[in-house]
Write a protein that binds this ligand. Structure first.
Ligand code: AHR
Length: 510
């Protein structure tokens, strides 16, 4: 039994048979809620006129837009990294607490705009409660000190003492008990305020981590790894940081964004095969972690926090004028359907590396390179990447099972030749969820044979970029995926060209 896609009507593509072999006894790792985290920075319109817009019709007394709150909840985001990003390397958290009328308005050098400090740590944590999310807080390792980071920890998690008392005076009697902390951001990058050599960062991070863990051993610390696999210092930077900080940290971070030139098409082959590059980079980092663990003679499982990842057309959607004002548009990437298909292949790659990738933050959440786009005084819109993220977050928590895609290869340019489809499978309470990206211009058909015969397909959600022109103006409204209920007796699954597909399957009754 097959089913037709309404999207395919009138479109001629060729059909290619593929196979996705499932190894249901081979568990790779666990896709935990942490894998569906995101990131909000004081950058562009992420905070001001993004999540916070007191004059908006949906805003309440706290200034937060409830339409955005609802979309964040619906996206099933678990943790949100805050307040940066590059911004954190110049941010002094004490500027953002207490009486709002007394807070300083300051220039932010990272993003050339003004920071009014109307949202600070306490307000952000109120927003986390509204959105059913939890924070991952980053501390300033640029212009900040280990002492300042330690004081922030006392302010957030302390029961007694000066900083805890100050939090109580500011209206928050109970400690926030924040679990995850990033020790700085991209400290290897020349663009970072106060960037350091690997050795200097490692020593500063170690001192910070030592102080923070001595005060609250329950917290989990994330040290800065290289800011990209493309950095010349990767992975030597990571090796140095791991060696020096080994006893005090729980995670090493890793960031990666992908794009191509939409006007000339340059880099498009690599873009479509990006999952291959992500997989390779993560695995180089895994090797370094294993190497340092072996050197130390310890089997301590330091894990990876992929705490910035996305597709990012750098420079797109940025206002050049009106600098040094609040809420300047910065990096408001508009995502296409093709972006969504590639994006989903990156999610699958994260799933397939959950033996060591434990946390992943989609960068970012609102307006800046984000699944949610807001119009000041107007609507909040879901971008194409909203759906694969939201569906994966909702339907793909659990054990990740090994699978292998057998499909014709594609030319991924500098990344070499790679399989024209990427998949991941998660075991759920009901059965399985398959996420599959068809990265070719052909329709693909997969037989439900072998281990798949134990499961009945239930729902198929998908979006295809078939017929979409690169760089075409996207409508300023949600682009919604198709959603099909399946009968359960289908013998094949079909995947439209350049599409992402999420299929839920139920265990068949004996
Ligand atoms: O997410 C946007 C920026 O990208 C972040 O501020 C920085 O950490 C990264 O380079």
């Amino acid at each position: 039994m097959n089913y037709q896609y309404t999207l395919m009507k009138g479109q001629k593509t060729c059909m290619v048979k593929i196979d996705i072999q499932l190894f249901s006894e081979k568990k790779i790792g666990e896709a935990k809620k942490e894998l569906y985290s995101s990131f909000i920075e004081h950058m562009g319109r992420a905070i001001y006129s993004g999540i916070y817009e007191p004059d908006h019709v949906t805003a309440q007394e706290d200034g937060f837009r409830r339409d955005v709150v609802d979309l964040v909840k619906d996206l099933s985001v678990s943790y949100v990294r805050y307040p940066g990003g590059n911004f954190v390397s110049e941010y002094h958290w004490k500027d953002g607490i207490g009486d709002k009328s007394k807070r300083p308005v300051l220039p932010s050098l990272s993003w050339h705009q003004m920071e009014p400090n109307l949202v600070g740590i306490d307000e952000f944590l109120v927003w986390c409660e509204l959105t059913n999310t939890q924070p991952i807080l980053a501390v300033n390792m640029g212009t900040g000190t280990p002492q300042e980071a330690f004081e922030l920890l006392q302010y957030c998690n302390g029961r007694e003492g000066y900083w805890a008392e100050l939090r109580k005076q500011n209206g928050h009697p109970e400690p926030y008990n924040i679990k995850y902390w990033c020790i700085g951001n991209e400290m290897d990058g020349e663009w970072q305020i106060g960037n350091l050599s690997a050795e200097a960062y490692a020593e500063k991070a170690k001192c910070t981590a030592k102080m923070m863990k001595a005060y609250d051993p329950s917290i989990k610390l994330i040290a800065c790894g290289s800011s990209s696999f493309e950095m010349p210092s990767f992975p030597q930077w990571d090796r140095t940081v791991l060696r020096v900080c080994f006893d005090y940290i729980d995670y090493i971070s890793c960031h990666r964004y992908y794009q191509y030139d939409k006007k000339t098409g340059k880099g498009k082959k690599e873009f479509i095969g990006a999952y291959q590059n992500l997989h390779k980079g993560i695995n180089t980092l895994k090797d370094v972690i294993r190497e340092v663990c072996a050197e130390k003679g310890v089997d301590k499982p330091i894990k990876i926090s992929m705490d910035e990842w996305n597709i990012w057309y750098c420079g797109e959607g940025s206002e050049a004028v009106n600098e040094w004002t609040v809420a300047v548009a910065r990096e408001e990437t508009k995502f296409s359907r093709l972006d969504a298909a590639v994006f989903a292949s990156l999610i699958s790659t994260l799933h397939n590396n959950t033996d060591m990738v434990d946390i992943a933050c989609l960068a970012q959440l609102v307006n800046v390179i984000a699944p949610i786009f807001t119009i000041k005084g107007g609507e909040a819109i879901k971008q194409t990447i909203y759906y694969p993220f939201g569906y994966a977050a909702r339907y793909m928590k659990g054990d990740v099972l090994a699978c292998e895609v057998k499909a014709p290869e594609i030319d991924a340019g500098d990344y070499g030749s790679t399989v024209g489809g990427q998949a991941s499978v998660v075991r759920t309470k009901e059965g399985l969820t398959l996420l599959y990206s068809n990265l070719t211009d052909s329709e693909q058909e997969m037989p439900l044979t072998g281990e798949w015969t134990r499961y009945a397909p239930s729902e198929h959600m998908f979006m295809s970029a078939s017929g979409e022109k690169a760089g075409e103006a996207l409508p300023s409204a949600d682009i919604v995926p198709e959603r099909h209920s399946l009968k359960g007796n289908e013998e094949t699954l079909r995947f439209a060209p350049y599409s992402w597909n999420l299929i839920t399957l139920k265990v068949k009754e004996e």
